[in-house]
Design a protein around this ligand. Structure first.
Ligand code: ZN
Length: 134
């Protein structure tokens, strides 16, 4: 049994993301100026420079864009052998996460994946991805 991952580093811009993850919801910032989603969370819209934003709940569905298996050095608090993946989310934004429940050799580009949430330290949950159930 591996120990829990460290709690995420919380900023004023990212706290909504981690609070939603505690509720097992994957969310992103939506600019209320131009309506575009932005990920990762940031203080200003890169499209229209608005600082106004709201939170949007995402489907948690996506496809694999690219992936890699870091081998060295191992990061303290993280289980070795995790697949680091870039996901094209259904809503049109990308997210970096881990891909679980699959062997590295079996990962394919554009394979369908879905989010799930793993317990972390201090009551946080981390959004991770696995092959879609259907
Ligand atoms: Zn905008």
């Amino acid at each position: 049994m591996s120990e829990l991952r460290p709690a995420p580093w919380i900023t004023r811009d990212s706290s909504f993301f981690w609070e939603a993850a505690k509720r097992c919801e994957l969310v992103a910032q939506r600019c209320t100026g131009c309506g575009k989603l932005r990920q990762p969370p940031r203080p200003m819209c890169p499209f229209c420079n608005s600082v106004e934003r709201e939170e949007q709940v995402l489907s948690g569905k996506g496809t694999v864009y690219t992936w890699v298996m870091p081998r060295y050095p191992a990061i303290p608090g993280f289980e070795d052998g995790r697949i680091v993946v870039v996901i094209d989310l259904a809503e049109g934004i990308r997210m970096v996460s881990n891909l679980c429940d699959i062997a590295y050799e079996d990962v394919t580009r554009e394979m369908c994946v879905e989010v799930f949430f793993e317990e972390a330290q201090d009551g946080f949950k981390i959004p991770l991805f696995r092959p879609a159930s259907v």
